[in-house]
Design a protein around this ligand. Structure first.
Ligand code: THU
Length: 132
């Protein structure tokens, strides 16, 4: 299986487990860490709406829980007419663990894909360098 197929399959698979009874908008995310392992996450909503979490946050949490802190590739999929962009908060979360040139693929269940990077999604990112 190609690396990109592996990412898409992982994101589509974990998306099935999304808990999205309020928006009915299921999202799946896959992130590859430096070891090569792919971690998945889905959105987990809550009746107290602001307590819900995005798919990207879930994938990052799985990666960190497994002991990894650097990511090299991101894939996000949802059942939308156009590939869904990561929300602002998730852009910052991805920037915490990935370099600006990390490729991010935004995709639809139907197969449309849009290629971007962490830096393109979050230009002028606040990072630890500003606190030196
Ligand atoms: N959502 C994600 O999980 N990731 C994104 O990139 C965009 C939005 C979720 C949050 C919420 O559960 C639902 O999609 C609707 O906003």
């Amino acid at each position: 299986m190609s690396r990109s197929t592996e990412m898409r399959d992982a994101a589509l698979s974990v998306r099935e487990n999304a808990h999205a009874p309020y928006s009915n908008f299921k999202v799946g995310a896959a992130i590859r860490a430096t070891s090569g392992t792919v971690y998945g996450g889905c959105n987990v909503e809550n009746v107290a709406y602001p307590e819900g979490t995005c798919a990207e946050a879930g994938a990052i949490a799985a990666m960190v829980a497994a002991g990894e802190t650097r990511l090299t590739e991101v894939y996000v999929v949802a059942d939308s007419p156009e590939p869904v962009p990561c929300c602002g908060g998730c852009r910052q979360k991805l920037a915490e663990f990935g370099a600006g040139d990390v490729p991010v693929t935004l995709a639809t269940v139907g197969g449309a894909e849009k290629a971007t990077t962490i830096a393109k999604m979050l230009p002028g990112a606040f990072d630890a360098g500003f606190m030196a």
